[in-house]
Design a protein around this ligand. Structure first.
Ligand code: ATP
Ligand code: MG
Length: 437
């Protein structure tokens, strides 16, 4: 027999006077002599157990008032309406089942408002996630994934899964993790790039994938980790890269408005205020951004990476103009991977970044679909087309023009919520210094 139990937020006025069973963690115990109060926490919030010493079964009283904090219990008792608690009721326990005793001392507090170091929190992530405001970020991430899938399917995209163990990388060797594959060298995929492009020659003309991407990023920053969730899309038969940009714009607008509507309670819990980025997102070019940055006191040469500081400057200028999201397009082709299409007779390319409040959250562009030009671009980048035979084959027998993007899901989430570190949006982050828990 399964015991029906209720969540703290499911108990309503009609339940006053009835017997219920609740389950959760003992968050706090206050023993005032003649009466004890216990705060029990479950997934949905907290409730108060009230134990008048004289009117409570002595065994139940003894167990609940001496149990260690964060122990897990199941309590059956009568609901009583009261104005003393936030949720308007208390429970007078009649029976208790101890499901598990928590050791003492706790590795970190669950309710203390004192700020705990990120490292301590991550070392004890299971404890950290007991805080509703921390857990809400992941509930929100889940909501975003739900919205994302629904939206893209209505836009004609097929959700796909491509391999994460691969024979070669698309974004360059420096950030590849090598693995042993039956005595052969293999790598963890940095992105689904080559596979989603190959799919464009199959007739599946719009795909998206949400999957882990692995980068051996030696940098130690608040926006880089070695495993993140990449939201990728690829579309065939585009006329120009703006077709791709329009699709991302539509999608990000849909996601943010969806979060504001359906995730209101989560945003309240996190204490985040989300606003709709003003659309249409302005289109800046790389060259315009370089000028903006250099007018602001830096001196970056043509072709240079805009850099963290440069991106931030552009973000501030765009903020003044009323924009949180904006495009930076036409990067120098020399800075872009081989699969990006060059802009005829210029040193630039059909590439773009989407920046959100001074930080890149997505990169994409039109792809080079003409096999001879693609092979030439590979050679220009010091790559041998022969080692990309399987990829090249998909281009030789009917490949439509296409373009796509990769968007870092966690960067999107932390920028939207204005959180200080990408690790806030990853349950168990992987970075240069962390492989556990
Ligand atoms: P950056 O210049 O900020 O390091 P990138 O240009 O190397 O990023 P891309 O290869 O363009 O990254 O990847 C597409 C998207 O994936 C990025 O816009 C970002 O949102 C996300 N991303 C890339 N690398 C990381 C990382 N190490 N950690 C978290 N997200 C990442
Ligand atoms: Mg990029």
């Amino acid at each position: 027999m399964t015991i029906a139990y209720m969540l703290s937020d499911e108990i309503v006025e009609e339940d006053h006077g009835s017997k219920v069973t609740v389950r959760g963690w003992v968050q706090d115990i206050r023993n005032l002599g003649g009466i004890s109060f216990i705060v029990l926490r479950d997934r949905s919030g907290t409730l108060q157990l009230t134990l008048p010493k004289k009117r409570t079964d002595p065994d139940v009283f003894g167990t609940l008032t001496t149990i260690s904090r964060e122990s897990v219990v199941e309590v059956t008792g009568t609901v009583k309406g009261t104005e003393q608690t936030d949720n308007g009721y208390e429970i007078l326990p009649e029976a208790v089942r101890v499901l598990n005793i928590a050791e003492t001392p706790l590795p970190m507090g669950v309710v203390d408002k004192v700020s705990v170091e990120m490292d301590t929190r991550l070392n004890n992530r299971f404890m950290d996630l007991r805080k509703p405001e921390i857990r809400a970020v992941f509930e929100l991430k889940s909501l975003i994934l739900d919205l994302l899938g629904g939206h893209l399917r209505t836009r004609g995209f097929l959700e796909v899964n491509t391999p994460k163990m691969v024979g070669s990388g698309a974004e360059g060797g420096a950030t590849l993790f090598q693995i042993e594959y039956f005595g052969q060298k293999a790598y963890l995929a940095q992105s689904p790039q080559l596979y989603k492009q190959m799919l464009m020659s199959t007739g599946i003309d719009r795909v998206f994938e949400v999957s882990p991407a692995f980068r051996a990023e030696p940098s130690d920053t608040v926006r880089h980790v070695s495993e993140f969730i990449s939201f990728d899309g690829e579309m065939a038969f585009i006329e120009h890269q703006e077709d791709v940009m329009d699709e991302i714009e539509l999608c990000t607008q849909f996601l943010i408005s969806g979060v504001m509507e359906e995730g209101k309670h989560l945003l309240d819990s996190i204490g985040a205020e989300v606003t709709m980025p003003r659309a249409p997102y302005p289109h800046l070019t790389y060259t315009e951004c370089l000028d903006m940055i250099n007018d602001n006191g830096l001196s970056l040469p043509m072709g240079a990476d805009l850099g963290t500081e440069g991106e931030k400057m552009v973000g501030e200028i765009m903020k003044e103009r009323g924009y949180d999201m904006y495009w930076i397009k036409e990067y120098p082709e020399a800075e872009k991977p081989f699969y990006i299409m060059e802009k005829e007779d210029t040193p630039f390319s059909y590439s773009f970044d989407l920046d959100y409040r001074g930080q890149e959250i997505s990169s994409g562009g039109q792809r080079e679909h003409r096999p001879e030009v693609l092979a030439e671009r590979m050679r220009k980048k010091g790559l041998d087309p022969v080692s990309f035979n399987d990829y090249m084959a998909a281009f030789r027998f009917g490949m439509p023009p296409h373009g796509g993007w990769g968007l870092g899901l966690e960067r999107f989430v932390v920028k939207m919520l204005d959180l200080p570190n990408i690790r806030e949006a990853i349950l168990f982050p992987r970075d240069r210094n962390r492989l556990t828990p």
